[in-house]
Every structure is written in structure tokens, then in C-alpha cells.
Ligand binder design. Structure first.
Ligand code: TV7
Ligand code: CA
Ligand code: ZN
Length: 406
């Protein structure tokens, strides 16, 4: 008996393809797609799939991605792999997109800010094209589910990659699935509100719609110098005075809430509810896209906020209470088991379920999870380096033995 019930009065759809799990950005890179494996295991372990329609995502088409991205960039992303990268860099059509070299650069950057150097934010890795077009496909399917009135809430935890620009990868993001989704939504909804609770500024989405009064972007993020060297927290934009492109009709349709490190639940809840509430009142959106980056949680490897899962989830509940068509996306999140706990909890909130403190069903490891996969550097890494040794046991332990914080 799983105890999970279908939500009353609304329909939720869940979009996912397990093929995104096998990807490796590189051995020390903070972005770990297996956090999605963990999330899936918790969602299924709790039986939350009984409360939603689940869809296996298919890859987005190149034409769909061209709705926002530069056609050269789309071709490059579709063809690139560690094997083809050097050859593609020689092609003049792509070489013209190579940024000029800076003396302080620690890594060699190729076209579109992509790189095969270790330490790059946006590395070229094995299976990368598959990964990019799949997370985008999942977001577009989720979007279609909403625009055709087949779901009231649609979820894609593998999406939410808010830094990607028209012809440039940035901050672990290659295809901006959020921009593509909002462009689709604008065909049917008069106004779309984008809310971003990732600890980083949602710069790619803001920039894409800086002249568009039918889209309001609202990002909450860490902002300001973060160490003695004067370096700014990535990407360094999103000041309070940044309100959309001045002198255009888009002015005042971007909102930014810059926040110092260490913000706690109470302070964040106050900010989130007052600013978001007022934005909804004034803008009267017809649909909402919520990017739920989990790097705003306390203890995140990259983040500097101090939120508990409960407060993070309250953002989802607050937005859900508007009863507007809602697209829920993932994003950042670098302490994998906290990411999984948060997104599983938020899947429960979306479906009006309250999770018990223990997982009622056994989490069964898949046999293929034990097979390694060669990475871009030719080395063999285990597909799920921690899942079957630590992480899921951690999750089981933390859920079943220790009481949850909420
Ligand atoms: C949405 N922070 C994405 C957030 C993107 C943050 C950055 C790293 C990082 C990259 C690594 C790595 C890292 C421990 C952390 C100015 C730089 C400094 C590369 C080392 N370890 C999201 C992007 C951010 C790559 N980038 O919003 C390989 O940290 O600060 C920067 C830029 C230049 C490049 N160097 C970092 O959450 C999904 N990168 C280890 C290996
Ligand atoms: Ca943000
Ligand atoms: Zn982030």
C-alpha cells in the first residue's frame, strides 16, 4: 500500500527519459545527471507515479531548437562529440563563433563557449547531443501538455537550463529549454510569468525576453562579490536596478531580487511571497513557468543560501495556489541527495500528496546501472558512481531512520 492518491481537481504530467542519466560532464564537474536517477528512484519509490500521467520524453527536433537558437549553433550541438569536436572547430562556419582568447583564461574555449579542456563549465562530453535534445524534448512535451489543456501542471526535472544564450553555451547550459517553452506558450497565452528560484541569476531567459512585455521574468539569486578577490557570484548579473531593456516596451518586465549569502527560510519566504504575490497581481499572467533549481538549498556544493527543503517547496505551493497552468522545471542542484529529496517532495506537493517519513517500497537497482560507460577522455567511469554504494542507501537511511526536517 503506497498511500499515494491522485490530485483532486487538477491533472499533473511528468516528463522524463532515463537516457539522460548516463551522462558525465567530467570527473570533477559539479553537474551530475545521476541526481536525476536519484530523483526518479525516490518518486517511484514513494509511488508518486500513481498520482500523475508519466510520459517518456522524445528528443526535440533541430527545427524546434532553432525557434530560439542560432542555426549554426544548433547544427554544432547536433553533431558535436569528443571525437568530432576538433574537426568541427576547423569548419569556418563554426570557427567564426570562437570567442577571442583572454590572457586570464584557464581553459581553451572553442566555438560557442564549448570546450574539451578539463575544468570547462560547458565541456563537450560523450553522448552530449543526446542529452541536450532529450531534456529539451521533455520540456517541449510538458509545455504542449499545458497548451492543449491536457494537464494543469507539467513537470520536467531534467530541464530548466536558464543560462544558455542564442549562440552560446554558458554555466552548464547548452540549449535554453525555458526560452523555447515560453515561445511555445506565447502562441496560446497572452502573458507568461517566469519565476526562477535557482541560486544563480536566470540571465539567459531574462535576456531572451528583455524586449517582450508579454513575458515577465523574476529571478531570486545570490548576488554580489563572494570572496576577497572581488569575484562576483556567477553570472554576475541580476542587480535590483536590472528591470529589462530600457527604452523598449520590455522595460519593467524583468524583476531581480539580488540576495546575500546565508538567507534562511523565514527571510526567503517573506521575500518570495511578497515579491511574487505583487508581481502576479500586477502582471496577471495566463501561465507560469517555475524553475526550481535546488542549489538554493543549504549545504549545496555551489550555492550559498541556507534554505530547507520545506521552504523551497513552499515556493512551489505558493505558485500552485494561483491555479494557473504551471510548468515546473529543474535546474541547478549540486548536492545530489538533497536535490532528489527536494524534487521528490515538490512532485508530492504538485500532486497534493504528503510523504511519509519512510519509503514504503523497496528501491530496486537496475542491472544495467552496473555497466560502465566511456567518457570524453576515453576512461571508463561507473554509470552510477554512488547510487548503489552510498546515495540511495543514504536516501533510504535518511528517509527511513532519521526523521525528515519537514
Ligand atoms: C543552472 N561555478 C548553473 C550554474 C553554473 C555556474 C561555476 C563552477 C565549476 C566548474 C567546474 C568545476 C566548479 C567547483 C562553479 C567564472 C568561471 C569559474 C571553471 C572551473 N568546478 C545553474 C557556473 C560557474 C568545471 N562558472 O544556474 C569542471 O566549481 O563561475 C563560473 C565561471 C570560469 C570557469 N571556471 C569556474 O545552476 C544549471 N563553475 C570542476 C570541473
Ligand atoms: Ca534564480
Ligand atoms: Zn544554479
Amino acid at each position: 500500500e503506497h498511500g499515494i492518491t491522485k490530485p483532486r481537481g487538477h491533472k499533473v504530467s511528468f516528463h522524463y527519459n532515463s537516457r539522460v542519466e548516463d551522462m558525465h560532464f567530467g570527473k570533477t564537474h559539479p553537474m551530475k545527471p545521476w541526481r536525476l536517477t536519484l530523483t526518479k528512484h525516490l518518486v517511484l519509490g514513494y509511488g508518486l507515479h500513481y498520482a500523475m500521467d508519466t510520459y517518456e520524453a522524445v528528443s526535440a527536433g533541430k527545427d524546434q531548437v532553432r525557434a530560439f537558437h542560432d542555426p549554426d549553433y544548433v547544427d554544432f550541438l547536433a553533431e558535436v562529440s569528443p571525437q568530432t569536436f576538433a574537426g568541427l572547430c576547423e569548419n569556418p562556419r563554426f570557427a567564426q563563433h570562437t570567442p577571442p582568447k583572454h590572457e586570464h583564461d584557464t581553459v581553451d574555449l572553442g566555438p560557442f563557449n564549448l570546450s574539451t579542456s578539463p575544468g570547462a563549465d560547458c565541456p563537450v562530453f560523450d553522448g552530449m547531443s543526446t542529452y541536450l535534445f532529450l531534456y529539451t524534448g521533455a520540456t517541449l512535451a510538458a509545455t504542449q501538455q499545458l497548451t492543449t489543456n491536457q494537464s494543469d501542471i507539467a513537470i520536467n526535472w531534467s530541464g530548466g537550463l536558464h543560462h544558455a544564450h542564442r549562440a552560446e553555451a554558458s554555466g552548464f547550459c547548452y540549449i535554453n529549454d525555458i526560452v523555447l517553452s515560453i515561445l511555445d506558450m506565447l502562441r496560446v497565452y497572452p502573458r507568461v510569468l517566469y519565476i526562477d528560484i535557482d541560486v544563480h541569476h536566470g540571465d539567459g531567459v531574462e535576456e531572451a525576453f528583455q524586449r517582450q512585455p508579454r513575458v515577465m521574468t523574476l529571478s531570486y539569486h545570490r548576488y554580489g562579490p563572494y570572496d576577497e578577490t572581488g569575484h562576483k557570484f556567477f553570472p554576475g548579473s541580476g542587480d535590483l536596478s536590472d528591470v529589462g531593456l530600457r527604452g523598449t516596451v520590455g522595460e519593467h518586465f524583468a524583476l531581480n531580487v539580488p540576495i546575500p549569502s546565508g538567507i534562511d527560510d523565514r527571510q526567503y519566504r517573506f521575500l518570495f511571497e511578497s515579491v511574487t504575490g505583487r508581481a502576479i497581481e500586477a502582471f496577471k499572467p495566463s501561465a507560469i513557468v517555475l524553475q526550481c533549481g535546488a542549489d538554493s538549498l543549504g549545504g549545496d556544493r555551489l550555492g550559498q543560501f541556507n534554505l530547507n527543503i520545506k521552504a523551497h517547496g513552499e515556493c512551489v505551493s505558493f505558485v500552485k495556489r494561483t491555479r494557473l497552468p504551471l510548468l515546473i522545471l529543474g535546474g541547478g542542484g549540486y548536492t545530489a541527495r538533497n536535490v532528489a529529496r527536494a524534487w521528490c517532495h515538490e512532485t508530492a506537493l504538485a500532486t497534493d500528496n504528503t510523504l511519509p517519513d519512510s519509503i514504503p517500497l523497496d528501491i530496486v537497482p537496475r542491472p544495467e546501472a552496473f555497466q560502465g560507460k566511456p567518457n570524453g577522455d576515453g576512461k571508463l567511469y561507473p554509470s552510477f558512481p554512488r547510487l548503489h554504494n552510498n546515495a540511495c542507501k543514504d536516501a533510504e537511511l535518511e528517509y527511513m531512520v532519521k526523521k525528515l526536517e519537514w
